[in-house]
Design a protein around this ligand. Structure first.
Ligand code: AMP
Ligand code: GLY
Length: 421
């Protein structure tokens, strides 16, 4: 099969790596890709959010499958347009991707189907939201923009002034555009967070091995939220008993709820969970693989990924058996100095071979460019240095060992991945 991957991050690099392991894969194309991806797939300069551009590229390349890995094009309906043009595509259609595209939709879905989540109220004007927050007078309180916001649409307000700033910037200044037409004001809940990605074919849900993201920029879970600074798999706080409970109380009910609403979910459904003292609760759904969760989950997959993707698209996930290795996996993100705020691009990266790799670890490229035999920084999250090991400590030692041998000016990474709650 020839596959066209849509996206440009570490997640897409990890997916391409996994696809390249399959004997059933012939050629891999990627739009737009990045420096590291260009060393193992043919890249095309078409933006991942350009739906007509991607459909046009598919017509030119005639791939056997298009894999849409990113949230924005999925929510905007790229899979619908690819299907209309006659292509097989992996990823939810627009009416299912709304589970990530609208927090109001997902919260209302959970309420209707008794899926455990934090208590909430929805507002479509700033004054009503602020009156509610003032009257409730309970902090911290959580304010979420309804729509997509590059992972920055969640604000945890410690007092009324912070809440007021958040509501005004989302609903009046429209810092996330139309995504801020509505806000969800949510109860603050506490406990270890767990990411569970799953394969869904609209009827059957098969959870993958668990993982744990580290969202804050700095050590000690300090600093601003980012797209994710590192991950480990399995998640040390998620045991077999909890997995069973989440399957019964959250995963199966969600997939049934979506089918019942006439929005069967086909693709990778990501459950962002919090294990509270009252049991597991959903923090968020994503309609795609997490980044950098994919980077630690996929290296543990033993089954041919092509067999799984085909089973999802053809709605026969119940017929296949998916196997995982018992090894642990860790990914440490090396980011540009200043990320997630402003940072420079175009800084040379040293320590990598001509394939963008290093001995003893897997290097997933995110914000990199390749030119004349050299790699340069080209984004906030630059590289995800990943290793597997018998234990989590082994995996972390290998990943951090490789991080120390890779350099670019101003690089920042957390030193406590896998070591902190
Ligand atoms: P999200 O983008 O929805 O994953 O939210 C970003 C982060 O905000 C999550 O990973 C949590 O750490 C935190 N968060 C979101 N909702 C809540 C909540 N209701 N209570 C406490 N923390 C939350
Ligand atoms: N790492 C969190 C996400 O992909 O949304």
């Amino acid at each position: 099969m020839d596959i066209l991957m849509i996206g440009s991050g570490g997640r897409e690099h990890a997916l391409i790596r996994q696809l390249n392991k399959s004997a059933k894969v012939n050629k891999i194309y990627c739009a737009p890709g990045n420096g590291g991806i260009s060393r193992e797939a043919e890249c095309f300069n078409v933006s991942a959010t350009d739906i007509p551009g991607v459909v046009q590229l598919a017509k030119q390349l005639k791939p056997d499958m298009v894999f849409v890995a990113m949230d924005d094009p999925l929510v905007a309906g790229m899979v619908d347009e690819l299907n209309k043009a006659g292509f097989r595509a992996f990823g939810p259609d627009k009416k299912a991707a709304i589970i990530e595209g609208s927090k109001v939709f997902s919260k209302n879905l959970m309420k209707k189907y008794n899926i455990p989540t934090a208590g909430y109220d929805v507002f479509d004007n700033a004054q009503d939201a602020l009156n509610f927050i003032e009257k409730q007078n309970k902090y911290p309180t959580v304010i979420k923009a309804d729509g997509l916001a590059l992972g920055k649409g969640v604000i945890i307000a410690e007092n009324y002034d912070m809440a007021k700033d958040a509501v005004k910037s989302i609903m009046e200044d429209k810092i996330f555009g139309q995504s801020g037409n509505k806000v969800v004001v949510e109860e603050f809940i506490e406990g270890p967070e767990v990411s569970v990605l799953s394969f869904c074919d609209g009827k059957t849900v098969v959870p993958m091995v668990s993982s744990k993201d580290h969202k804050r920029a700095y050590d000690g879970n300090k600093g601003p939220n980012t797209g994710g600074m590192g991950t480990v798999s399995p998640n040390p706080y998620y045991d077999g008993q909890m997995a069973k409970r989440c399957m019964d109380e959250i995963f199966i009910p969600t997939v049934k709820a979506m089918a019942n609403e006439g929005r069967p979910f086909k693709g990778c459904l990501y459950f962002g969970l919090m294990l509270t003292k009252d049991g597991p609760k959903v923090i968020e759904y994503n309609c795609r693989f997490g980044d950098p969760e994919a980077q630690v989950v996929l290296p543990r997959l033993k089954t041919d990924i092509i067999d799984i993707l085909n089973a999802v698209i053809d709605e026969r996930l119940d017929e296949i058996n998916i196997e995982w290795s018992d090894e642990a996996c860790a990914c440490v993100v090396m980011a540009s100095g200043g990320y997630p705020k402003s940072y420079k691009k175009g800084i040379e990266i040293t320590g990598l071979n001509d394939d963008g790799q290093i001995e003893g670890a897997i290097v997933y490229h995110a914000g990199t460019a390749y030119k004349d035999g050299k790699f340069y920084t080209n984004g906030g999250r630059v590289l995800g240095i990943t290793a597997t090991g018998k234990t989590l400590d082994d995996a972390l030692d290998k990943a951090y060992g490789a991080v120390k041998r890779i350099h670019f000016d101003g690089n920042e990474y957390r030193t406590d991945i896998g070591k902190i709650k």
